[in-house]
Design a protein around this ligand. Structure first.
Ligand code: 5GP
Length: 255
């Protein structure tokens, strides 16, 4: 993983390189051999028998899906980061400065939040519509997060790639690693908070969710951080300006 920093020293962007890769592994769930997305899956769930049926389904889906082919001029970037880390603000600022990049719009079953727009932030759909899409193999990847479904439809991504060469996906880290497996050219970027305490304060400050929902999100953070070790880049959101500059260093590097 490279740590992308906003500034540069002696003309060099502050990056330290650590190679990242997604290794496939196999294991047993309910007596069946399955292929999982990465080795951390094993560690995340501890014992194979404790894997939930949804996760089991997700791993089954992966082995059935063919590689998603993109044109040589297409570039796919995936931005991940724990909830409340400020991905949305960073992205909005970046996209307003670089209209040649477009954000892929995911489908979700979670309720719409104040200020969000259907078709812009997400396609907000009913559970049954999401299940229907899953059954028909319409999703490149999907995940359950805090009890809600989120997924990237293959057609939505194809449509975006027809409109622009540069598409950004905003996914959780597991989704990002799934997509990397299907589209190895995708570049994975993790947005980290300056500290875990700050992230918790931001989550509470949003005032949009119950305590239970916040606790669920906090417990997911550890896993996110661990998955992020396999990412290509990490940027720290200490200030929005710095984080946007770090993102620019990766997506639109200066000569
Ligand atoms: P939020 O509810 O805060 O908008 O998003 C919750 C989490 O779901 C975030 O980590 C976000 O990046 C992730 N997410 C959004 N869309 C997708 C998607 O299509 N697939 C996956 N795997 N994660 C998604």
């Amino acid at each position: 993983m490279k740590i992308a920093a906003p500034g540069n020293i002696d003309g060099k962007i502050l990056c330290s390189a650590i190679a990242g890769s997604v290794a496939a592994t196999t294991g047993l769930v309910a007596g069946k051999k399955i292929k999982t997305q990465n080795q951390d899956f094993n560690k995340d769930f501890g014992i194979w028998g404790r894997v939930s049926s949804a996760e089991f389904q997700a791993t089954q889906n992966i082995s059935k899906i063919d590689r998603f082919k993109i044109n040589p001029n297409n570039k796919i970037y995936i931005l991940s980061g724990s909830s409340g880390v400020g991905k949305d603000t960073i992205l909005k600022t970046f996209l307003s400065k670089h209209p040649e990049f477009k954000l892929s719009v995911s489908h979700t079953t979670r309720p719409i939040r104040p200020g969000e727009v259907n078709g812009v932030d997400y396609y907000f759909v009913k559970d049954e519509d999401f299940y229907h899409g899953m059954e028909n193999g319409e999703f490149l990847e999907w995940a359950i997060f805090s009890g809600n479904y989120y997924g990237t439809k293959k057609d939505s991504l194809k449509y975006m790639l027809e409109k622009t060469d540069n598409v950004i996906l905003k996914l959780d880290t597991k989704g990002a690693l799934k997509v990397k497996k299907l589209i190895p050219e995708a570049v994975l970027i993790f947005v980290a908070p300056p500290s875990l305490e700050e992230l918790e304060a931001r989550l509470r400050g949003r005032n949009t969710e119950s305590e239970e929902a916040i606790q669920k999100r906090l417990s997911a953070i550890k896993t996110e951080m661990k998955n992020a070790e396999k990412f290509d880049y990490k940027i720290v959101n200490d200030t929005i300006d710095n984080a946007v500059e770090s993102l620019e260093n990766i997506l639109v590097p200066k000569d």
